[in-house]
Ligand binder design. Sequence first.
Ligand SMILES: [Fe+2]
Ligand SMILES: [Fe+2]
Length: 246
Amino acid sequence: MPITIDTTTTVRDLVVAHPAARQVLESLGIDYCCGGGTRLAVAVSAAGLDLATVIHAVTQAAEHPKESHGFQNRDWREATLTELVDHIEDTHHVYMKEALPRLADTFVKVRNAHGSRHDGMLQPLQATFGDLRAEIEMHLMKEEQVLFPYIRQMEASVKQTGRVPPMHCGTVQNPIRQMELEHDNAGEALARMRSITGDYALPEDACPTFAALFEGLRELEADLHEHIHLENNILFPRAVVMEAQG
Ligand SMILES: [Fe+2]
Ligand SMILES: [Fe+2]
């Protein structure tokens, strides 16, 4: 599939139109969720990469798409908002609720075994993870109890009556703005964890539990990037448009 990129194409335009591009950008360390509004050429050059090489890699990925549980190459622009919200909850929220406590336990084991030699790195890493965990757990609850039920209700109401139901936050844009701020905080915490660990470089004396911790944190990062992408780049803009048109 030929991919057309010009000087105005943003990272968001690319990943929304070509879902297979996400895993390429993830592997290259290019932010496609919180930083989706950046022009692709700018993001690629900031990462010290060559645009033609990135476009080639994205084209190859689009021709031979790979899927995994968290990364489906479905075009979510075509789905209903309810299907998308269900997918986010069933896949990414369920994953977070399992992974966050599991990684917190692994942190305790690793610090017990390696704290004496590696606490300079492990202590700030665990503190950053703890802050991230607390914020995400609250964040998931707000989405599940306020924003997502409203989006489902809005879609059903627009379909049945053509009208948007009242929103107690005034407009759907208010909770969305708050969720986006929290996504930015989560994105910054993930970047900080990468910098504290030197891109998850394992110390030479690391045991298998230490390796499992870093592997788990990398997986958490990739899953959260995909999760935020689906919300920031697809769900939220579509909900804003539906509210305005209803
Ligand atoms: Fe979410
Ligand atoms: Fe979110």
